[in-house]
Design a protein around this ligand. Structure first.
Ligand SMILES: [Zn+2]
Ligand SMILES: [Zn+2]
Ligand SMILES: [Zn+2]
Length: 209
């Protein structure tokens, strides 16, 4: 399967992951606040990806909070960053991360979701109230039902199967979780409830007009 495209949440452009990184640096790297541009990918499925900025003086807890909301939070599980083989505390500043290096984020030490973070570059961004700014995100993956090939709407978390609404009606509903745009899709009780970052090109247009 070809790597998934993504949407720019600043201007609405749609392009691949590498082109998007260059696009962000070129077109949206101007502002009065020094930030790190960070790429997040599902460690086991890199079709899930994000590009976001976070001010250099922000603590890692702001990245933890953001990743929980967009991709992870189900029952308030523990989480941790691992950098250079050891835990990287959440009070540490983003500025302690070296440009070009990678680190891992783990959410929930039972049914773990592992996320690979790459410190892409330094950019400057307009100052905003929310420390972490989502700049780009993969378009939702076109998952299909394992039974019949129609678009999948649910995951049967017990059987580890993707199901369309019709096929899902035939299985125990306790097993069902919604298909969501996250590497945590189908894990524990994750339903994407706190994910407010849906790409909406008409809203972007309104903001620009
Ligand atoms: Zn853009
Ligand atoms: Zn949970
Ligand atoms: Zn089906």
């Amino acid at each position: 399967m070809a790597a998934s495209n993504g949407n720019c949440f600043v201007c609405g452009e749609t392009t691949g992951k590498i082109a998007m990184k260059n696009h962000i640096i070129k077109k949206h790297g101007n502002g009065d606040e020094e930030c790190c541009l960070i790429k997040a990918e599902g460690a086991y499925d890199k079709n899930y990806w994000l590009l976001f900025s976070v001010p250099l003086d922000a603590p890692m807890s702001s990245v933890d909070k953001f990743l929980r909301r967009i991709w992870c939070e189900c029952c308030g599980h523990l989480s941790a960053f691992r950098y250079g083989g050891r835990e990287f505390g959440k009070t540490r500043k983003v500025s302690a991360l070296e440009i070009g290096s990678t680190l891992y984020y783990e959410y929930d030490f039972g049914s773990t979701t592992e996320i690979l973070l790459t410190v892409v570059d330094k950019i400057s961004r307009p100052k905003q109230r929310e420390k972490v700014q989502l700049l780009a995100r993969n378009v939702p993956l076109a998952d299909i039902c394992d039974n019949c090939g129609k678009p999948a709407a649910y995951v049967d978390a017990w059987e580890r199967e993707l199901l369309c609404a019709e096929c899902a009606a035939k299985v125990d509903e306790d097993a069902l979780l919604p298909v969501v745009n996250s590497p945590r899709c189908g894990e524990c009780a994750y339903d994407g409830e706190q994910d407010i970052w849906t790409f909406d090109v008409s809203r972007l247009k309104q903001l620009q007009d």
